[in-house]
Ligand binder design. Structure first.
Ligand SMILES: C[S@@+](CC[C@H](N)C(=O)[O-])C[C@H]1O[C@@H](n2cnc3c(N)ncnc32)[C@H](O)[C@@H]1O
Length: 381
């Protein structure tokens, strides 16, 4: 069930965040619930649930938790209609603010047919209880704080313990504004699960923005503590100012997760570009020559997933990985490139085939196939 942009006037960035979350949840749930397992279980943990600045106080239709319930129940209904029974979906919502937690309890009380549990207090303090309430199954955790005030060490331990994926909303604008200040050294140390972060921050290139440096350190730490093999991210702009507001970061151990991430990014960024175009038309009061979806199309050809500049970057990266690690299989190779550069598997197939034709990379094609198989070893020429 997709969010409606009319509910998000003045905070369209949250609409894009919700659109992404719902599309990803839908894809992840279909994938798991269609699997062969006899009684598949999908756990959705909304760790910083809100409600927060919602315009629909009644049904919370512009909040992540309510949309997740609608999206996952729709998946369950479709699969049940196809004869796939025995599916279990659990919802675990956590919220620090007591008034908001009361609203979550009210929401749950009105939907007793669903397995919803509400946890009040800091997520970091509720980790054991939440973890034991979704021990089995696949767990998707949404981490959506308002800034960087998180004790990441405990959050990472939770994520490492569970079989699943997570979507982390990195609050780039806030981080960017504060990261250079001495007074925040301790809180950024908690956020990065590294009290000695400041020295590493200074070692990063000077011309990078503060938030880029912090994001790099955060991802480095996530890899070090082994909570994800792939961490692709997507930027969400404040559409009225065209400035980076947040970055959605997926943590997954699966190349398919990175592929789904880039596919959904492509759809969502077109919607974001259209929304920005509509806003600028509205604010300028001038009619434009082209409709907003066509302007969005031009923009995505210039800056979107799979555009020329990303194809060039992906080709350079793919080639250099193969030179470093001759014989690497195509699937892990694709995962590494998709993590770094906004391209999809279909783009990487094209890049690999172009290199093969030009004699710059070598690999065998499976019989009657025009693209490498996931296990095909790729060699430098
Ligand atoms: C950005 S809002 C969440 C919005 C919601 N996920 C959505 O998309 O509709 C962040 C929420 O997290 C709560 N919060 C902040 N720190 C928290 C913590 N450590 N543990 C749990 N909740 C926290 C805040 O009170 C706020 O309601």
């Amino acid at each position: 069930m997709l969010p409606k942009i009319e509910r998000y006037r003045g905070r369209e960035q949250s609409y894009i965040k919700h659109l992404f979350l719902n599309k990803y949840l839908e894809a992840a749930a279909f994938k798991l619930l269609q699997s062969r397992s006899t009684s598949p279980t999908f756990n959705f943990v909304d760790a910083f649930a809100g409600p927060w600045r919602v315009s629909d106080d009644d049904k919370f239709s512009d909040s992540s938790f309510s949309q997740a319930v609608r999206t996952l129940e729709a998946v369950r209904r479709v699969l049940s209609a196809m004869g796939r029974t025995g599916l279990q979906v659990r919802y675990r919502f956590c919220e620090r603010n007591p008034t908001s937690a009361d609203k979550l309890r009210q929401f749950a009380a009105n939907r007793r047919e669903f397995d919803i549990q509400v946890f009040q207090g800091l997520f970091e303090d509720n980790i054991d209880a939440i973890g034991s309430s979704c021990r089995d199954g696949f767990t998707f955790t949404f981490i959506d704080p308002t800034g960087w005030d998180i004790e990441s060490e405990r959050v990472f331990a939770f994520l490492k313990d569970l079989n699943g994926e997570f979507l982390f909303n990195f609050m780039a604008e806030e981080v960017n504004r504060h990261a250079g200040w001495d007074v925040v050294e301790e809180s950024f140390g908690r956020f990065l699960a590294d009290p000695g972060w400041a020295e590493k921050f200074l070692d990063l290139p000077e011309d990078w923005s503060n938030e880029t440096k912090i994001l790099v350190l955060l991802k480095r730490k996530m890899k070090e503590v082994e909570i994800a093999n792939y961490l692709p991210d997507m930027t969400i702009l404040r559409p009225r100012e065209n400035r980076t507001k947040m970055r959605l970061l997926l943590g997954t151990n699966n190349v398919l997760g990175a592929e789904v991430f880039r596919t959904i990014q492509r759809k969502v960024e077109r919607e974001a570009m259209s929304a920005r175009q509509r806003i600028s038309i509205e604010e300028s009061g001038q009619p434009f020559l082209f409709p907003s979806n066509q302007l969005a199309e031009f923009e995505s050809e210039r800056d979107g997933v799979g555009c020329r500049k990303y194809m060039d970057r992906a080709a350079d990266l793919l080639h250099s990985i193969v030179v470093d690690r001759p014989g690497i299989q195509f699937r892990p190779l694709s995962g590494e490139v998709m993590e770094e550069v906004p391209v999809r598997t279909t783009d990487l197939n094209r890049i690999a085939m172009n290199f093969r034709r030009a004699g710059q990379l070598g690999f065998d094609l499976p019989p009657r196939k025009r693209t490498p198989a996931p296990t095909t070893p790729i060699w430098p020429a």
